[in-house]
Design a protein around this ligand. Structure first.
Ligand code: SF4
Length: 337
């Protein structure tokens, strides 16, 4: 199976409840950012661009758990900032297990070797490690030499210690396709459990200027990576085959921004992970006051070149935009890849 059985059972039970309740829009993954503090200064980090002049205190553990309970999403992605800088991160994760959540700990891995005892392997935990290429590309993306070497060592140690380990890669318009193929080859060799690849959101889009040209440039990079060498079948990708086709511009998918709501230190960010139209105090306000129908490619100009995972992969998880053939492919991918 592509993902752990506990993740499938958590999601299936949750989706069944939502469908029985007749809910049309509901969250699947809570992107929880308990801190904005980070030990790195990555060039593509939207959070650095957004908050570089603003200091915001961390969320308290209680605020985190209130948000988790109010939102109700079965998967919690603990991100940031660097979540391993958040002092009660281990308590937070324990509380999430108790609530039967599946946890993705999204980390740059620089401090991970200090946490082997505090955050041991667990059936509800996946380490999601940031890696934007091999040594040259990753150290460029994180703006610091030596980071790739450290990540590489920690990633291999995490595998030896029995963690489920996935990587999280963002491609930019200047990314080198061959380097990404080399990275996937290398990750496959060392036995990572999954690789998640996504397109960076063009920061020009925030100003309403992202164009079809930018979208096409990004699609051609994805075509070079996925179109030629059977990469979709060859590597343990966490991206669904339908999303990979979307990345290459081979199919359209609607965006479901409500599927991955983002709780930040400033509140519930509206309307999605990358756009910022303001913050709401509660998840309920976010859901009720956001004009969801006005968002997505072809509706909001800021969405034109967007390919981010959190917006589009959730649509596939909800089973929307899927034909019968797509369902069959997705079942095959989940069960037999
Ligand atoms: S397409 Fe969706 S995720 Fe992307 S910017 Fe628009 S609303 Fe946000």
């Amino acid at each position: 199976m592509r993902f752990p059985a506990v993740l499938y059972s958590t999601i299936i039970q949750y989706l069944a409840k939502q469908h029985l309740a007749g809910n049309k829009r509901f969250p699947l993954v809570l992107m929880l950012e308990p801190t904005l503090r980070c030990n790195l200064d990555c060039i593509g980090c939207g959070r650095i661009a957004e908050y570089h002049e603003k200091r915001c205190p961390d969320l308290t553990l209680e605020e985190c758990l209130e948000s988790v309970d109010e939102c109700g999403a079965p998967i919690v992605s603990v991100c940031g900032g660097e979540p391993l800088i958040y002092q009660p991160v281990d308590q937070l994760i324990q509380e999430l297990y108790q609530r039967k959540k599946y946890v993705y700990l999204c980390t740059n891995a620089m401090f991970l070797d200090r946490f082997w005892d505090r955050i041991p392997p667990h059936k509800r935990l996946c380490l999601s490690i940031h890696l934007d290429g091999m040594e040259e590309g990753h150290d460029w993306a994180v703006n610091k030499p030596g980071v790739f070497k450290k990540v590489n060592a920690v990633l291999q140690e995490a595998k030896k210690r029995g963690y489920r380990v996935a990587t999280n890669t963002t491609l930019f318009s200047g990314s080198n396709p061959q380097e990404i193929i080399n990275m996937m080859e290398y990750l496959q060799e060392i036995g990572v459990d999954g690789m998640l690849i996504s397109g960076a959101y063009p920061q020009e889009g925030v100003k309403g200027e992202a164009s079809f040209k930018e979208r096409e440039q990004m699609e051609s990079i994805f075509q070079e990576i996925f179109g030629k060498n059977g990469a979709v079948k060859k590597y343990r990708l966490d991206n669904s085959p339908l999303y990979i086709e979307f990345l290459q511009g081979l199919r359209e998918i609607a965006c479901s921004p409500w599927g991955s709501p983002n709780r930040t230190v400033q509140g519930w960010k509206a309307p999605c992970y990358v756009l910022n139209d303001g913050y709401y105090k509660t998840f309920q306000e976010l859901m009720e006051k956001t004009d969801w129908d006005s968002l997505g490619p072809g509706k909001d100009p800021r969405c034109t070149a967007c390919k981010i995972h959190s917006g589009f992969e959730t649509t596939i998880s909800f089973g929307q935009n899927c034909s019968l053939k797509d369902y069959v492919r997705m079942i095959g991918w989940n069960l037999f890849s």
